[in-house]
Design a protein around this ligand. Sequence first.
Ligand code: HEC
Length: 103
Amino acid sequence: MASGKVSPYNADVVSRNATYLENLAQMPWDGFHESTKTTGEKTRALPELWSQKAKFDELAQRLQSETAKLGQVARAKDEAGVKQQYAAVGKVCGACHEGFRQK
Ligand code: HEC
């Protein structure tokens, strides 16, 4: 990638990594617990995370459903589907960082 050369699409690697992502997307959310508001941890989470927690939770849920779809198309070795779904996943990352994470 850094060399500017584009590697050929490797459906097995993409399938494996999409499955990792699908599973990892379920993990972070327990860490965003109300009790961490006052622990003084260094964080880039914005206060809106707490004042609009339902919206945050909805985006967390959406990430899980979009990464699950990515896993499905990747395991089906559907390259075009993967490209499309990868963009959909990226949008959810961006949408949440936009509203809930400091730049
Ligand atoms: C539901 C909201 C939400 C979604 C969806 C989300 N993030 Fe985040 N992300 C955050 C918040 C909030 C932080 C800041 C956490 C902190 O500093 O305590 C963060 C931090 C990060 C960081 C910085 C970690 C660090 O230790 O500095 C990375 C990298 C990141 N996110 C990547 C992603 C990627 C990639 C995706 C999509 C696959 C994603 N995030 C989806 C809310 C989200």
